[in-house]
Design a binder for this molecule. Structure first.
Ligand code: GDP
Ligand code: CA
Length: 322
């Protein structure tokens, strides 16, 4: 992208994000927006306790990515990571199905200590972001405990990390339950950010277990009324780039396609929907649902792909704001 495009945007964006797919577009938006114009609201339904530590995988993935600390290969965890503690834990017989690197562990140790002293997740996240040099606002969806539970055919109900990491998404999905969601309050700042946003972007995150928990936590759907909402498809050519979203659509009885994602959110929510060039043939069907389609390359392999897609999304959003 041309440097002249950088930071000339005045549009205010709130992005809803899970982990890997969410962080990539959030990073693109961070490249093309002035920092004060971007707020990212992140899923915390994946949060869990492991080795006695409070872990917030999606919040950490978004923070590490925006701070330039993320592992570019795996998409999660830290770059230049070492595994000394993990190896010693293994030797001591600790559970090793969830890998935690040394640098990553520092995040969980300090977060856990501060949570136990009574500080909120959003306050801790704000402070960590400042220390990591992140200038955009990253908000967990809630400071209250929400736990995504995956109901499976073979193993009954599993906690999300048990399903996702331990069982490697193998069990057949029957449905989801977001434990605690009824009483969970949106984190401080989330509703205000949505009210002040010119456009809300659903990152190409898993609709079922990344974006839905955020939408259900925000509850108050009036914050979305008369807003420009743009979703980017996490499904390209019927498959996910990474993760179980396509498998979930199929196991829940839907076709797995970008169109199914557009239908999942629906026209009552979405203004526009971004699908990949590979899915150009579905654009008319998206329009038939009552949602404006934009066809553009959506695979973010390089940092420049993230910025380019982000700029396309902003231009698309602006076309509805005139
Ligand atoms: P998780 O919390 O780490 O599982 O990550 P997310 O829910 O944020 O993102 C998972 C989704 O991101 C998957 O459905 C992927 O297909 C999608 N995804 C990952 N990379 C890309 C990409 O480069 N482009 C698009 N369009 N989707 C992507
Ligand atoms: Ca996640």
């Amino acid at each position: 992208m041309k440097p002249s495009n950088l930071h000339h945007e005045t549009i205010k964006i709130v992005a809803l994000a899970g982990g890997v797919g969410g962080a990539k577009l959030a990073d693109g938006l961070a490249q093309v927006l002035p920092p004060e114009n971007l707020t990212v609201i992140v899923n915390t339904g994946d949060d869990f306790t492991h080795w006695g530590l409070n872990i917030s995988p999606d919040v950490d993935t978004v923070c590490y990515t925006l701070a330039g600390l993320a592992n570019p290969v795996s998409g999660w965890g830290r770059r230049d990571e070492s595994w000394q503690v993990f190896q010693q834990m293994e030797r001591l017989g600790a559970e090793t199905w969830f890998r935690l690197g040394d640098q990553d562990l520092a995040t969980h140790l300090e977060r856990t200590r501060r949570l136990r002293s009574g500080e909120s997740l959003s306050s801790i996240t704000r402070d960590f972001c400042q220390r990591w040099g992140i200038r955009q606002r990253i908000l967990p969806m809630s400071d209250d405990r929400v736990r995504t539970m995956v109901n499976t055919v073979e193993m009954g109900e599993l906690s999300f990390q048990e399903y996702f990491v331990h069982q490697r998404c193998q069990p057949t999905v029957k449905g989801f339950r977001f434990d605690g969601i009824e009483s969970a309050q949106p984190a401080p700042g989330t509703l205000e950010a949505l009210q002040n946003a010119d456009a809300i972007v659903f990152c190409p995150s898993n609709p079922w277990v990344s974006v839905d928990p955020i939408l259900k936590t925000l509850k108050n759907q009036t914050v979305f009324e008369s807003k420009c909402l743009i979703a980017v498809s996490p499904i390209i050519g019927g498959e996910t780039v990474k993760g179980p979203a396509a498998k979930m659509f199929r196991e829940l009885g839907f076709e797995s396609s970008a169109l199914a994602v557009a239908r999942h959110y629906g026209k009552s929510l979405l203004t526009g929907f971004v699908l990949d060039n590979a899915d150009a043939a579905l654009a008319d069907a998206v329009a038939d649902v009552g949602i404006s389609p934009l066809v553009t390359p959506t695979l973010m392999t390089q940092p420049a792909d993230r910025a380019r897609l982000a700029q396309d999304v902003l231009n698309f959003a602006k076309s509805f704001l005139l």
